[in-house]
Design a protein around this ligand. Structure first.
Ligand code: FA5
Length: 336
């Protein structure tokens, strides 16, 4: 009797496991469940009947074997049931036809976008990108740029001085740089001509904050030094740059001006929607500046320009107040 019962348990188990594995849909699996695990007419019930017919001393051992088989088949059934249900859940999760909220994704700040566009445009004209520190010393912010000790540009009311520090061979004033022209000096100090670089970054001035001025803003500095650079090259580069960024319909104007580090110097304006807007300063690098960095002004000439990046962004994105850029208001930033 014991051997018959055990053989019946074994063949029940083998057939049940094969049938469960072969069920390819939830309906097919339900049919298998009714046949092998069903409480009313299932084959499990027949096996249970065998237990009832066994001798009393065989029952504990057979009961244990019966339970093991039942648990194994039940477990296989549940695993198959979960596996058949899973693909439907996955399909629902990736149903691209379902309407739903647009996911919120990050985006580049409009000033960063403008700077990236600038780098693309001047990169096509052969300028590479250089960087310099925002915390500068007196030498790079003033002396090397031909700004003598008594010059009004050094006024503490026009600069963010931080301290006096030991820099190089002696003590110097240290300040947040007021212009990116500092980077021209750093590049020329370290590179022999020819040079063709731009440098984009933050500048700091304690200006009164209004719709077009901020105490922290961005400039793009440009510098080209070679044996035959002329004012015509400067004008061509800036005209090409402005039209590449703003469109063919902009006009560029150069007004005579003064900067201690360029001679002659100009202010650069563009005509945008019937208004002339000042974008920056430019000029031919002053021979004194070239001499300061060890270049020979009889051998090489150069041009430099410094453009306000916010002013370009304001035109391009029609922003009427520079303060919007730095308020971190998500409603403003999410438009770009
Ligand atoms: C300069 O800073 C010179 N370094 C430019 C230069 C470079 C001249 C190389 C010659 C050769 P300026 O102070 O004009 O120049 O500033 C240049 C531009 O920076 C301005 O036209 C303006 O677009 C921007 N700018 C200046 N101050 C502010 C401010 N407070 N807020 C926003 N933009 C400003």
């Amino acid at each position: 009797m014991t051997a018959d019962a055990q053989a019946a348990f074994a063949s029940y188990k083998d057939e049940a496991l094969v049938a469960i594995a072969a069920a390819s849909s939830e309906d097919a699996l339900e049919t298998v469940r009714v046949e092998f695990l069903g409480k009313k007419r299932g084959r499990l019930r027949d096996l249970q009947a065998l237990l009832g017919k066994a001798e009393a001393d065989e029952r504990p051992m057979l009961g244990k074997a019966f339970n093991e088989v039942r648990v194994e088949v039940q477990t296989a059934f549940e695993a198959r049931q979960a596996a058949l249900a899973r693909p439907q859940v996955a399909a629902a999760a990736v149903d691209v036809t379902l309407p739903g909220p647009r996911p919120v994704i990050g985006r580049r700040h409009p000033i960063t976008r403008t700077m990236d566009d600038f780098k693309d445009i001047v990169g096509r004209m052969g300028f590479s990108v250089a960087t310099g520190p925002e915390l500068e010393d007196d030498h790079h912010n003033f002396v090397a740029l031909n700004i003598p000790p008594v010059h009004p540009a050094r006024d503490p009311l026009d600069n963010f001085y931080l301290a006096t520090a030991s820099v190089g061979s002696g003590d110097q004033a240290v300040l947040m740089r007021s212009q990116t022209s500092t980077v021209q000096i750093r590049v020329m100090e370290q590179t022999a001509p020819p040079v063709r670089i731009v440098s984009l970054g933050r500048c700091y001035r304690p200006d009164t904050i209004d719709a077009t001025h901020h105490c922290m803003f961005h400039q793009m500095e440009g510098l080209a030094v070679d044996t035959d650079i002329t004012m015509a090259d400067l004008k061509t580069v800036l005209k090409h740059f402005a039209t590449a960024f703003l469109g063919d319909d902009v006009s560029v104007r150069f007004r005579p001006s003064f900067f201690p580090f360029t001679e002659p110097s100009v202010e650069v304006d563009v005509l945008w929607r019937d208004r002339w807007l000042e974008l920056g300063g430019a000029g031919m690098v002053d021979p004194n500046v070239l001499r300061q960095v060890g270049y020979d002004p009889d051998e090489v000439t150069g041009f430099a320009f410094g453009l306000g990046i916010e002013r370009f962004s304001m035109m391009r994105y029609q922003v009427t107040d520079i303060r919007r850029f730095f308020e971190n208001d998500y409603r403003f930033l999410s438009q770009f």
